[in-house]
Design a protein around this ligand. Sequence first.
Ligand SMILES: *Cc1c(COP(=O)(O)O)cnc(C)c1O
Length: 457
Amino acid sequence: MHKVDMDLVEMTLDVMKYAIERISTTERKIGKPLKSEELKALVGETVTEEGIGGEVAFNLWKKHLSTANVPVDHPRNLAFVPAAPTRAAVMFDLVTSASSIHGAYWMEGAGGIFCENEAMKWIVSLTGMPEGAFGVFTSGGTAANLSAIVTARENWRSINAAHKREKGLIITSIGAHSSIKAMAKVADIDVLLVDTEDRLEGAALKDTINSLTPDERERLFAVVATGGTTNAGIIDDLEGISAICNTENLWLHVDAAYGGGALAADSVRHLFNGIENADSITIDPHKWMFSPYDCGAVLYRDPELAKNAHSQQGSYLDIFKDEGAHGFNPTDYQIQLTRRVRGLPLWFSLAMHGTDRYKVAVERGLELAQIAGRLITEHPNLELVREPSLSCVLYRRKGWEPQDYTHWTYENHEKGFALVTPTKWKSGTTYETVSRFCFINPDTTEQDIVDILKTME
Ligand SMILES: *Cc1c(COP(=O)(O)O)cnc(C)c1O
């Protein structure tokens, strides 16, 4: 074999070995960030005219750079919404990369898109949306929310010509994810926030709609409800809200980016009743469906409306829309043209393990939240801020000030022991700094929780 080829084979084997080690090791340290200058001092110049060689670069990665990351799949990483991709999905992510599939059009990516669609059918089935509903995988919840909001807005404008120059308005609650406000800004849409971080009830939505000025009511086209708030795991009153959206002729988008995985869990499925009436839904497989980053999804009751909003036109694209393509073109239903077939790793993992394993893994996250709730209640210095909801647990350390939580977080992080971060919870008019767990990883143990709580004594 040619020398260069041999090097390539060796490098490939090294990289594969690293990847296998990475996904099979359970005892990992939680890495910590260094300043950019510090990393530069450790690795020196890496991008040069001559190149530094694969082996050197890879060694720098292994020694200095990989350790400056906090793995989200660490069993004691309970911050934000962590992730725990299955090993099957991670391995197939490598296959996805190696396959160079352009996932925009069926004509080029039929095999990959077929697999994505099989996985998508399962996700759609979890929601109970009616026949004809379908979705596409996006880069994440943010892109899914944007795609859905733009679809809703374009649909609203297409129905009434008077709305073409009008700035749209949506209603959501302060429990909604930050990306709703951020994406409304991108789409130049006003947002009205119902002032509750707790469950948004149909009645409160109704009151808010009734309080609008005629101009605001004219501009109102959609409501965004949350199926599992990121901060506290709260599911809005989807039944009540969907009934009001129906009578008021408003688009209902349900943001279940984090909570959507729990649709698979029989123990909590009823909390989502009403989600089947949504016009669009966001679910992030990279959160609670054990997919590697990045993989979100947007689902539509009527995908044709998304196509009207998002299908890109261009002379060099026409060929793909030709009869010859005969298939589903994911680009038509969200904001991105060229795209990775990012649902492919999920498909492989689902096919390998079966959907029952997903149910069990999600139920474990819910169970861990209940276990944590019990341990906190039994602890003399700790108390729950509210009952655990989905897999989120908000709790306080009696007598602690905000800086005590920050200090505690840094200390555990510094030791490479755990990443648990504080948050704020609004009750009445005041925000209280509290501690928060979010359980995704079924490998997190009761002992992990005991050990973390011990550091709060
Ligand atoms: C995480 C999250 C998002 C944003 O999703 P990304 O994948 O991070 O873009 C949106 N909504 C909710 C409810 C979330 O939890």
